[in-house]
Design a protein around this ligand. Structure first.
Ligand SMILES: Nc1ncnc2c1ncn2[C@@H]1O[C@H](COP(=O)(O)OP(=O)(O)O)[C@@H](O)[C@H]1O
Ligand SMILES: [Mg+2]
Length: 241
């Protein structure tokens, strides 16, 4: 994973402002380069721009200024189809609001990325059930999201993001609704995914302990990166953790 000379993600001089009434600058002159297989904790208080940054990286939103490159390609210059394809094949996303489809059951939500990638129904459902078991929520598998607690929905969202072994995982506070024991199980699952597939992980978190699962820590404040620290002792172990 360290042999690939092109970074997986490059954020260059990015500004993102929202103009509804008064202008809000959610990100201001952000530069960030992420190599293949890195695990990066994105930290910072509420409103500092963490979710905005993930939305730009996955191409669901466009910067007001600057560029976001995925494997060397500018997301803004791609067609919608290309951006969608990249997300489907390359990026698992766990949104803060989960974004589950309300009319589908847990299994159907988790199987969806496989179905969209052309996997047959039976195989997709079998894999989805196995992933649902890994996140510890088998008894809720056939319920719809509105019959689940916040923590259960969060785990379905995590299973859906991981189901296709994405090379890149963007996780927005993925343990925010979980008790500490379940949160720990999920962090272990992310560790094992990383060591098995060399997954690049961007983990937005408020939790010091969750951040310790990452060798790099980027801190945002008012839309700017104010710290970017790498724990070299952990980097050396990246592929063997
Ligand atoms: N769609 C939007 N319209 C207007 N302002 C927004 C929108 N999304 C985010 N913001 C603002 O941008 C700033 C950063 O938000 P966000 O990225 O959600 O922060 P975080 O995830 O760190 O809590 C906040 O001030 C927020 O209110
Ligand atoms: Mg957020």
């Amino acid at each position: 994973m360290e042999n690939n000379p092109i970074p997986v993600i490059e954020v260059k001089g990015v500004r993102k402002s929202y103009a509804n009434g008064a202008e809000v600058c959610a990100l201001d002159d952000v530069d960030l380069t992420i190599g293949h297989g890195q695990r990066v904790a994105i930290m910072g208080q509420s409103g500092s721009g963490k979710s905005t940054l993930l939305n730009l990286i996955c191409g669901l939103d466009v910067p007001t200024k600057g560029q976001v490159l995925f494997e060397g390609r500018d997301l803004a210059t791609m067609s919608d189809d290309d951006r969608t394809r990249i997300r489907r094949v390359k990026m698992g996303m766990i949104f803060q609001t989960f974004n589950l489809l309300p009319t589908l059951t847990g299994v159907e939500n988790v199987a969806l990325p496989l179905r969209l990638n052309g996997v047959a129904l039976r195989e997709a459902n079998e894999k989805a059930l196995a992933m649902i078991e890994k996140v510890g929520i088998t008894k809720r598998a056939h319920h719809r999201p509105d019959e689940m607690s916040g923590g259960e929905r969060q785990r379905i969202a995590i299973a859906r993001a991981l189901i296709f072994d994405p090379p890149v995982l963007l996780a927005d506070e993925p343990t925010g609704n979980l008790d500490s024991h379940t949160g720990e199980d999920i962090l272990s699952l992310l560790e094992s995914v990383h060591s098995e597939f060399g997954t690049t992980i961007l983990l937005v978190t408020h939790n010091e302990h969750a951040a310790e699962h990452c060798e790099r820590r980027v801190t945002l404040l008012d839309g700017k990166i104010v710290a970017d620290e790498t724990d070299t002792s952990r980097t050396a172990n990246v592929s063997s953790v």
